[in-house]
Ligand binder design. Structure first.
Ligand code: ADP
Ligand code: ZN
Ligand code: MG
Length: 478
């Protein structure tokens, strides 16, 4: 049944910008903080207060627009979207409707069928709302305006996606571009990226779109995939029964894996949008545009290409290193300092990923310095620590960014280089284990283990086992 229909999807993606202060006032955007401690007359909607646009918000919007191939509007404006809700103290949200900062862009995603272009209708700047906390025990609602006025970009796609895979690839692409820009970390789980998903179905071959519903409250790729599958099925069933889809906003419940209607879809006209008289139009100069274009970073594709050429790393290693920009930059810095980029990469790909996963940390959380990792790599390459010791030191660095050099010293992890001490330990081991020596000489090569063990014990584990092995054999056979 499903094959007779096609799913059509368009996204409205909200990205919370990582500026230090809010969009129209100087309050902090820091997460947490006592309720209503990051507030002022502007972001609590006090009479007579006046908004002033944060320059960093405009810079971020232009950068994201350029990264997504948009036209940058030279004279954009802010509009008021009027509605009452207690988390919205002004009774309107300052947003952009008539002249958004970016229009007509696109990004390219990779799909199984090859590359595909997803068009972006527009990107606009707006402010976030506050947060309501409902306490069912005391039957009260509390409001925290710390988030009120936190800057958002809303990225509106054209209805160009046809499957959950494409939607996820599109969001991944946005996340990559925007996080590489440093404009936001774009984490669905933490709410710094939020996607409203518009879904409709139509018979395969049809050239007109069906009626859409808008799905809210999706905070993981898994929820998005479930929601698209569930909503596609629900709409097809309605059509098959000869009924029609109602245009409405629905809320997805990931626990129940089902959605329910929230409200009928409102139109722009319902909000009585009008130009905000408190804010002047935003003029973007040629110089500003040139500066923004020159400031764009090397994005993942170019980085991948360069890593391939410069370091000769395998494709899958590069994919891990470039997944977030912090890791890629960290790798290059530590690789340069150690002079051993491949070994440095290995620590980041294997050991770091493993510990991050065990602790449930995101890939951008690297809890030690590039200098320390470089020094660990050098110690290991120079044969001053065993591979076991290297692992132990790495774990300690991950916990507390210890200096590998002094940590190895205090914990007796440096390989003993004193040849005479090693030679005497070998002699002692041979003298103390005549049985093992005899066994070895009569061909039981395994007997060597006991002798190596004895040497390691005398050197308190500080000798290099491979070196000990060599020396014992040389002494026994020499
Ligand atoms: P509105 O202004 O009413 O919110 P828009 O035209 O701005 O509507 O579209 C909002 C979002 O819905 C866009 O991301 C767009 O791609 C998507 N969309 C529009 N029509 C459809 C449709 N028939 N099916 C799926 N998505 C759609
Ligand atoms: Zn404020
Ligand atoms: Mg819209």
């Amino acid at each position: 049944m499903t094959q007779r229909y096609e799913t059509v999807i368009g996204l409205e993606t909200h990205v919370e910008l990582a500026t230090k202060t809010k969009i129209f006032c100087a309050c902090s955007t820091a997460f947490g903080g006592k309720p209503n401690s990051h507030t002022c007359p502007v972001c609590t909607g006090m009479p007579g207060s006046l908004p002033v646009l944060n320059r960093e918000v405009l810079n971020a919007a232009i950068a994201v627009g350029l990264a997504t191939n948009c036209k940058i509007t030279r004279d954009s404006r802010f509009d008021r979207k009027n509605y009452f809700y207690p988390d919205n103290p002004q009774n309107y949200q300052i947003s952009q409707l008539y002249a958004p900062i970016c229009t007509d862009g696109h990004v390219t995603i990779t799909t199984e069928a090859g590359p595909k272009t997803i068009r972006i209708h527009e990107i606009h700047m707006e402010e976030d709302a506050g947060k309501l906390i409902h306490d069912e025990w005391t039957n009260t609602s509390l409001v925290d305006y710390n988030r009120s006025g936190v800057p958002l970009l809303e990225i509106v796609s054209e209805p160009d996606m046809r499957s959950a895979e494409e939607v996820i690839a599109y969001l991944e692409k946005l996340r990559m571009l925007i996080s590489y820009l440093g404009a936001s970390d774009c984490k669905l789980q933490e709410g710094s990226m939020r996607a409203d998903i518009n879904i409709s179905v139509r018979p395969v071959g049809s050239t007109t779109f069906g009626t859409r519903t808008e799905m809210k409250n999706l905070n993981s790729f898994k929820a998005i995939a479930h929601c698209i599958a569930g909503e596609t099925e629900r709409q097809i069933e309605l059509l098959e029964m000869g009924r029609s889809v109602t245009q409405e906003t629905r809320r997805w419940d990931e626990n129940k894996e089902s959605s329910r209607a929230m409200r009928s879809k409102e139109d722009a006209k319902d909000y009585r949008y009008f130009p905000d008289p408190d804010l002047p139009p935003v003029h973007v100069t040629e110089a500003q545009l040139e500066k923004a274009a020159a400031g764009l970073p090397e994005f993942r594709e170019e980085k991948t290409e360069r890593f391939r050429k410069t370091y000769g790393l395998p494709e899958k290693d590069i994919a891990i290193l470039t997944e977030v920009r912090q890791t890629a930059d960290f790798f290059e810095e530590a690789g340069r300092l150690s002079g051993e980029p491949k070994k440095t990469a290995n620590y980041l790909i294997v050991e770091l990923r493993q510990l991050q996963k065990e602790r449930g940390l995101d890939a951008d959380r690297i809890p030690f310095s590039a200098e320390h990792l470089a020094s660990l790599v050098r110690m290991s390459t120079d044969g001053r620590i065993s591979s076991g010791a290297a692992k132990q030191i790495f774990a300690a660095m991950f916990e507390a960014d210890v200096d590998p050099e002094s940590y190895a010293e205090t914990n007796g992890l440096l390989i003993v280089r004193d040849d005479s001490a090693l030679d005497s330990a070998v002699k002692n081991a041979i003298a103390a284990n005549p049985k093992a020596v005899e066994d070895y000489r009569s061909g039981k090569k395994k007997a060597l283990g006991a002798l190596v063990g004895a040497v390691m014990k005398e050197t308190r584990g500080q000798a290099d086992p491979a070196e000990v092995n060599k020396r014992i054999i040389r002494t026994l056979e020499g």
